[in-house]
Design a protein. Structure first.
Length: 201
């Protein structure tokens, strides 16, 4: 009887651990997939900010490398939304930095099969540009020139301020059937690291 009880207890423990192991395995797989995609896809290679008439203007170079799956879906008529997230913080010594302002720029990249053109739309301003190849479209998308990002009057005279920028694909903008698969696919986890710099006075 004692042997049977021990076996039953062992079986019970295995049943209890099984769902936990499944969750941990799924989480680890997702984290590894996300990390692998983030290492190679998008890269912010240069950022320069100029102060002109009390307004900060951003110039940046971003290298985009889309996965084959994203390009395939885009060629089937599904637009892809790229988000440029810019934040400004005041540095503090003993606690976390204070967030001063945030700017989000959204761009839509799509392929028109009829004209065989790639269309880049600035979703903030509505401006559109078409290009004959994906490479040219991504080059324009990755070239940020004189983008007004911050009013100098929002900053105090005393203090050190930093800017941070990241670019990513917004999978939440995909059609519902594709969106769920994208959340669990490394092909759609396209994002750069946060790039930081010190604001000039």
């Amino acid at each position: 009887m004692q042997v049977n009880t021990a076996v039953d207890q062992q079986s019970l423990m295995q049943c209890r651990l099984h769902p936990v192991l499944v969750r941990l395995t799924a989480l680890l797989t997702l984290l590894l997939a996300t990390g692998a995609a983030a290492e190679t896809r998008f890269d912010i290679s240069a950022v320069k900010v100029n102060l002109v008439d009390k307004v900060y203007y951003l110039n940046a170079r971003i290298d985009y490398e889309l996965s084959d799956k994203v390009v395939e879906v885009m060629h089937k008529g599904v637009p892809v939304v790229v988000v440029l997230d810019i934040k400004f913080q005041r540095k503090r010594r003993f606690i976390w930095n204070e967030e001063i302002a945030e700017l989000v720029q959204r761009y839509q990249l799509e392929y028109h099969a009829l004209t065989r053109q790639y269309l880049v739309t600035n979703l903030n301003s509505g401006s559109q540009h078409s290009f004959p190849t994906l490479e040219v479209a991504l080059t324009l998308l990755g070239t940020v020139v004189d983008l007004p990002v911050l009013d100098r009057q929002l900053l105090e005279e005393e203090g050190e301020y930093i800017g941070l920028m990241r670019v990513s694909v917004d999978a939440g903008e995909l059609p519902a059937p594709l969106r769920l698969r994208a959340y669990f696919s490394a092909d759609w986890h396209l994002s750069s690291e946060w790039y930081s710099w010190t604001l000039p006075n």
